[in-house]
Design a protein around this ligand. Structure first.
Ligand SMILES: *[C@@H]1O[C@H](CO)[C@@H](O)[C@H](O)[C@H]1NC(C)=O
Ligand SMILES: *[C@@H]1O[C@H](CO)[C@@H](O)[C@H](O)[C@H]1NC(C)=O
Ligand SMILES: *[C@@H]1O[C@H](CO)[C@@H](O)[C@H](O)[C@H]1NC(C)=O
Ligand SMILES: *[C@@H]1O[C@H](CO)[C@@H](O)[C@H](O)[C@H]1NC(C)=O
Ligand SMILES: *[C@@H]1O[C@H](CO)[C@@H](O)[C@H](O)[C@H]1NC(C)=O
Ligand SMILES: *[C@@H]1O[C@H](CO)[C@@H](O)[C@H](O)[C@H]1NC(C)=O
Ligand SMILES: *[C@@H]1O[C@H](CO)[C@@H](O)[C@H](O)[C@H]1NC(C)=O
Ligand SMILES: *[C@@H]1O[C@H](CO)[C@@H](O)[C@H](O)[C@H]1NC(C)=O
Length: 847
């Protein structure tokens, strides 16, 4: 009820408040807008002021921000203390700001600046102290800045520098200035697309970092002095599209002898091909380098070779991207290669036989081959092979575990995902060591209802998502006793039901059965998954989330139930949710937002820590709430309807009470009506009777003898209105009493006896008579009190006492003398105001 009283008051006040605060906000916004035209990406943290024709740092920007993008503004010159208003910056982007001059101390105060991007500025004048006061700078990107020499770049004291990107400039010499000896943390140094044509002994002498990635790609290198790299230690060296032909390349590699580099990337770009003819000795120079990994990329003519240089065989990891040698090529038996990757080759078959000579091979990846279909011949004696990745090809083949694992008995990872079609047979040759098996998005032809994985007892990870598998048999996963991860979304279960399919997977931690068109989960189906932590059951057609199904999984922390057909959770279900649950995703279900599910809606509001993706929990029905966020559902509306219920209940109650009272005091009500109606119609009736006699029917005999006979048959004649004689049959008693009795009689005689006092009718008539007297002066009351009526009862029961003096009050006693006196008194009372009719007069005179 309090709600009702308060609400309107609130309603009156708040619109005014809202309007006021909105106006304030707008004004504030306008003010800050005019000062600061930038986009606030993360409030107080990150601003984007890109392409706003700014000529300086806008003044409205808070000095706490850490990220500022000023790119594409005509700043032109950075003068001293240019950024003093935004001293907390960590990231500053000055791409294409027409900067041609950076004065000394331009960045003063930016003690925390970590990234500075100067890309695309035609820098001409750099003050010798231009980059002073940047003690935290880790990345300096000066791509396309018209730099022609490293000496003109005053960065010697940027001792925190890790990455220096000088791509796309005019630098002609790799001669590193002395200051590089101070850049001890440098990890990335890019001279891509510069004008370096020759590299000489001593150029890299000042390099202090031993862990540098050096990018020299797209420099037209014509000359590398012998031993120019001798003693240099690099993490990675990129030499893509550096040589105009294979002869220069071969000679250059040879002259790089003595270089220690972990990973060398050699090759070209997809659309730049200058290396035409190829000789097998091309890479012979690599024998003089200390090298762990080599990547050959986009060297198209390589496939004409059947043998790469024997120097390759000393490298432990060889990666060939879009530059594969032919399928018929072979590797010598003593090769040291332990990791070999082929990506995007023009092969049609997995050259397992040829590759079987690589006895040290541990990791083999053959991926992204558009033509690779066959895998008929398996490896022989690859005892070290642990990882075989033949994913993202077009394999359409039959796979025999037995044969595959015979030649590679220690295989632990097998990735056959994203292929066309693989047929698997039921076969087993004893336990295999396979731990990871990925077959996702490859159409699997499994031999019907029989488990196909039962030999893989050591399997930990199995991904058969989107493989077109239909799980028919209950024990499909029998034998996978150690399986921890099972991903099988996008498949089918028989009858769209989950039954006892996972019975033996007692060690499972992760189960993904999303998108499997499931419409029913039997209660016991997950009961044996005692260690399950994550269950993804999203995108199915489940109508209910029955906690009984999940409550027996003691450690379940994540349950993804999004995109099903759940309408709500029942109160009982809410109580039974697994106690271990930390993430529950119920989004995109068909929620029915009604007060019927009040407890669920209340629970949802309280459980934001548990529920994921709450934004996507929207109502589906009723129609008027469709797409309303579940949390926006107005719980108060339910309270109001409760009050409505209370109100209507009380209304009914009141009505019932009124009816009961009405029934009890029916006479009094009627009497009121009568008073009202009687008053209006009384004029219409003529006086017919001298007196209306009200009496109890039990006193009828007395009335006949003592009233009717003496009054009507003796002179002077009176006409009495007696109900047993004068009331009109078929008309209600009440109407008779009013119309025939009171309205047509001059006087009312009440025969008060003990019977009279007990009768409700009589009491009623008497009361009407009394009131009548008040309204109409016409009929006056004559009370005839019979013998034996107790006076105290008379007073108490009728409350008449105060009227008795105003009315004629006669006592009747059954003695002759008394009877005579009584009649005389009665007659004189009746005669009062009597008008004689002709008929009566003639009767009188006849006698
Ligand atoms: C940029 O601002 C300058 C004045 O600061 C003005 O002359 C120029 O027209 C503006 N350019 C654009 C594209 O608004
Ligand atoms: C710079 O970073 C340090 C450590 O993160 C911080 O304590 C300090 O307040 C920052 N300085 C400025 C000017 O924001
Ligand atoms: C240097 O910048 C160029 C161009 O922005 C980019 O392609 C390259 O990856 C960068 N190099 C490094 C080492 O970050
Ligand atoms: C060497 O550089 C790589 C990145 O190129 C980095 O991940 C690694 O931690 C660095 N090692 C040392 C010892 O600095
Ligand atoms: C390699 O070094 C030799 C000996 O210094 C030199 O004659 C030759 O020109 C160099 N080749 C290239 C491509 O730099
Ligand atoms: C298998 O290969 C695919 C495609 O290359 C990759 O996305 C997936 O992560 C691999 N699976 C495993 C288990 O490494
Ligand atoms: C499955 O587990 C039950 C006991 O939980 C065991 O009796 C049965 O042999 C197992 N089946 C297979 C095929 O491992
Ligand atoms: C469940 O699987 C769906 C795809 O079917 C994916 O979008 C969702 O992120 C997964 N949920 C979890 C918790 O991994």
């Amino acid at each position: 009820m309090g709600l009702f009283l308060k609400m309107p008051r609130k309603g009156v006040i708040s619109p005014a408040c809202i309007t006021f605060s909105l106006a304030m906000l707008l004004e504030l916004n306008l003010k800050t807008r005019s000062l600061n035209p930038c986009l606030e990406v993360i409030p107080g943290h990150s601003y984007r002021c890109m392409q706003l024709n700014l000529t300086r740092v806008p003044s409205g920007i808070p000095n706490t921000i850490q990220t500022l993008d000023l790119s594409f503004n005509p700043l032109k010159i950075l003068s001293s203390s240019y950024f003093s208003s935004v001293f907390a910056l960590r990231f500053l982007d000055l791409t294409r700001c027409h900067l041609w001059k950076i004065e000394d101390h331009a960045f003063v105060g930016l003690n925390n600046l970590s990234v500075l991007i100067l890309t695309g500025n035609p820098l001409q004048i750099l003050g010798p102290k231009a980059f002073h006061n940047l003690p935290s700078l880790q990345r300096l990107i000066a791509v396309e800045t018209d730099l022609s020499s490293l000496d003109s770049l005053p960065i010697g004291h940027l001792t925190s520098l890790q990455e220096l990107n000088l791509s796309h400039n005019h630098i002609a010499s790799l001669k590193l200035p002395v200051y590089f000896s101070y850049l001890i943390f440098l990890q990335h140094l890019s001279f891509q697309l510069n004008k370096i044509t020759s590299i000489s002994v001593g150029d890299l002498d000042t390099l202090s970092s031993q862990n540098l990635t050096l990018v020299l790609s797209r420099n037209d290198i014509k000359y590398i002095e012998l031993n120019a790299f001798a003693g240099v230690h690099l993490q990675q060296l990129f030499l893509r599209s550096c040589f105009e032909n294979s002869i220069v390349m071969q000679a250059s590699i040879r002259n790089m002898s003595g270089l220690h580099v972990n990973s060398l990337v050699l090759g070209e770009y997809r659309n730049i091909h200058r290396l035409e003819s190829f000789s097998e000795s091309l890479l012979d120079g690599l024998c003089n380098l200390h090298l762990q990994e080599i990547t050959l990329i986009e060297i198209h003519s390589l496939h004409t070779l059947s043998n790469l240089s024997s120097c390759i065989n000393n490298v432990s990891m060889v990666r060939m991207v879009h530059s594969c040698i032919s399928e018929d090529s072979y590797f010598p038996a003593n090769s040291n290669i332990y990791q070999l990757e082929y990506k995007d080759c023009n092969w049609e078959e997995v050259p397992a036989e040829k590759l079987s000579s690589l006895k040290k091979l541990k990791v083999l990846r053959i991926t992204h081959n558009k033509h690779l279909r066959g895998f008929e011949v398996y490896f022989t004696d690859l005892l070290n092979l642990e990882v075989l990745d033949i994913s993202v090809n077009r394999l359409t083949t039959y796979l025999s575990w037995v044969s595959l694992l015979e030649g590679a008995p220690n295989l632990k990872h097998l990735n056959l995902s994203f292929n066309s079609e693989i047929r698997l047979n039921i076969e087993c040759s004893g336990p295999a060591k396979l731990e990871y098996l990925d077959l996702q998005h490859t159409r699997l032809l499994l031999p019907g209802t029989v488990p196909s994985f039962f030999c893989l007892n050591n399997l930990i990870y199995l991904d058969i998502s989107y493989t077109g598998t239909e799980v028919i048999a209950e024990g499909s996963f029998c034998g996978l006793d150690n399986l921890r991860v099972l991903k099988m979304s996008g498949n089918l279960f028989a009858n769209n039901q989950l039954v006892d399919n996972f019975r033996n997977l007692t060690k499972l931690h992760f189960l993904d059965i999303s998108n499997c068109q499931l419409s029913h989960i039997s209660l016991s189906s997950l009961a044996s998954l005692q260690e399950l932590r994550l269950l993804n059951i999203s995108r199915n057609k489940l109508l209910g989330l029955h906690p009984e199904t999940y409550v027996h999984i003691p450690v379940l922390t994540t349950l993804d139930f999004h995109n099903n057909q759940l309408a709500a959770l029942m109160e009982e279900s809410l109580k039974n949710l697994p106690a271990s649950l930390k993430n529950l995703d119920l989004s995109e279900n068909l929620f029915y937002c009604s007060c019927e599910h009040l407890s669920f809606l209340q629970w949802a509001k309280k459980s934001s820590a548990l529920l994921q993706n709450v934004k996507n929990m929207v109502c589906h029905s009723p129609v008027h709430l469709k797409n309303v966020q579940l949390l926006d559902f107005d719980l108060a509306s339910c309270k109001i309807s409760i009050t409505t219920v209370v109100i209507s209940c009380s209304a009914i109650l009141v009505l019932i009470i009124i009816l009961i009272l009405g029934y009890k005091y029916y006479f009094y009500l009627y009497y009121m009506v009568v008073l009202f109606i009687g008053d209006r119609v009384s004029d219409e009736k003529e006086t017919v009777y001298d007196a209306f006699v009200i009496f109890s029917s039990k006193d009828q005999e007395w009335v006949k003898q003592e009233l009717q006979e003496p009054l009507e048959e003796e002179v002077p004649y009176f006409r009495l209105c007696l109900f047993y004689r004068d009331f009109i049959p078929g008309v209600s008693i009440i109407t008779n009493i009013i119309k025939e009795g009171f309205q047509t009689s001059r006087k009312v005689i009440a025969v008060v006896s003990n019977h009279f006092l007990e009768s409700r009718w009589c009491n009623f008539e008497l009361e009407v008579a009394q009131s009548w007297q008040l309204v109409e002066s016409k009929a006056s009351l004559i009370l005839v009190v019979l013998e034996g009526v107790d006076k105290t009862v008379l007073h108490r029961r009728l409350g008449l006492f105060r009227y008795l003096r105003r009315n004629t009050f006669l006592m009747w006693k059954d003695r002759d003398i008394n009877r005579h006196v009584f009649l005389r008194q009665l007659r004189s009372a009746l005669l009062e105001g009597k008008t004689w009719t002709e008929e009566e007069l003639s009767l009188v005179f006849k006698k």
